[in-house]
Structure formats: C-alpha cells, structure tokens
Design a binder for this molecule. Structure first.
Ligand SMILES: [Zn+2]
Ligand SMILES: [Zn+2]
Ligand SMILES: [Zn+2]
Ligand SMILES: [Zn+2]
Ligand SMILES: [Zn+2]
Ligand SMILES: [Zn+2]
Length: 188
C-alpha cells in the first residue's frame, strides 16, 4: 500500500515499524522511528521516513500560543540556510515546522503538540505549560532567564517551560516530556 504525502515527491509505503529492521530517523520530527509501535511511512530510495503520527499531523493548527493566525505545516523551512529556530524551545530545526510566515513564528512538530500539563517525578505538583518562563525579579539583577530545576541549565525567559508557579519551579519542556504525539488542537 502506498500513497502520496505532500512532503515528498515520491509515493510512501506504510510499514509496521517492526518490519523495517533498521534504525531510521523520522524526516518530520528528526527523532528515531524504532521505538514506535505504530506504522512508519517510507520512501526507501530516498531514505525518507515518517512516524505515523508525523505523517498524519494536520496541515494547519489554530494554536493557543499564536491566536492571531493559523500555523501552517511546512515540510521544509523556507528560510535561508534551510533551518528554522523554534520559538518554543529555541533549538534549530530542519524538517517539519508549524509556521506563521508573516510573523516568522515557527514550532517543531513536537513542540506544537506539547501537553498543557504534565507530571514529573522531580516535583510533587502538576506542571503547566507556559509560553514564556515566568521570571522572578531579583534584587540587583535584570535577568532574562531562570535555571531549569531538572538539568540546571539556563532557561531563557522567551522560551516555553513547564512551571509550578506556586513553587517557582521551572523546567525545559524537553526535560519534562519524553515523547510527544501530535493530535492536540487538531479537531478545531
Ligand atoms: Zn516523527
Ligand atoms: Zn523518495
Ligand atoms: Zn522546538
Ligand atoms: Zn502570525
Ligand atoms: Zn532542563
Ligand atoms: Zn509546586
């Protein structure tokens, strides 16, 4: 069974993940396909693979972090250098992005579908997703960052975080979540 996906010029074949028998990365989210229990969509001549959930990610989402415009799923960044910088995590991306071109606003597929709240063994309360780190002003310093309570590295105020505001507990989204499956917001 094969079909045409908008992200690739050739037809993709749908495999059960265990049929592949090789380690591959998803060309949509750049994370490994081998730990998935669902299907993998493949163009073997091009070494092009997609998780089932990445292949089925909606072409656009109305995302609560960017209410002004819908975000469009782009298979490749349209910027010079063929990379984008994710507004949520600050890391570059080379594959799928949810993009608002007029605003130059871009999200990794994984970042676009982060759950609204998570629990993590590092903290006793539920952590909620905030589109920007709530920075607590400190005497004598004009800081634009906090420190992640899990990995202890810098957490830029402009990036997203999971927070417990009562406890001033903030962590990187990637530190609090393992696997993120697209699906949120798509029914809108
Ligand atoms: Zn993927
Ligand atoms: Zn191909
Ligand atoms: Zn990101
Ligand atoms: Zn916009
Ligand atoms: Zn961290
Ligand atoms: Zn707390």
């Amino acid at each position: 069974m094969d079909y045409k996906h908008f992200s690739h010029p050739h037809n993709l074949i749908i495999h059960r993940a265990y049929e592949l028998g090789i380690q591959v990365n998803c060309s949509g989210c750049n994370s490994p396909c081998d730990n998935t229990t669902t299907a993998v969509h493949a163009c073997h001549p091009c070494n092009y693979f997609l998780h089932d959930h990445c292949a089925n990610a909606g072409r656009y989402v109305k995302h609560p972090c960017h209410k002004a415009h819908p975000l469009i799923l782009l298979p490749h960044p349209t910027y010079a250098g063929n990379t984008f910088i994710c507004n949520a995590c600050g890391h570059p991306g080379k594959s799928f992005s949810y993009c608002c071109t007029p605003c130059e606003f871009d999200l990794h597929v994984g970042c676009a579908f982060l759950p609204i709240s998570v629990t993590h063994k590092a903290h006793q309360h539920e952590l909620s997703l905030s589109y920007g780190v709530p920075v607590v002003p400190r005497r004598g310093s004009n800081t634009d960052h906090e420190y992640c309570n899990i990995c202890k590295n810098i957490l830029e105020a402009r990036h997203w975080a999971y927070s417990c505001q009562n406890c001033d507990f903030n962590v990187h989204t990637a530190c609090a979540t393992k696997e993120v499956v697209p699906g949120l917001y798509q029914d809108d």
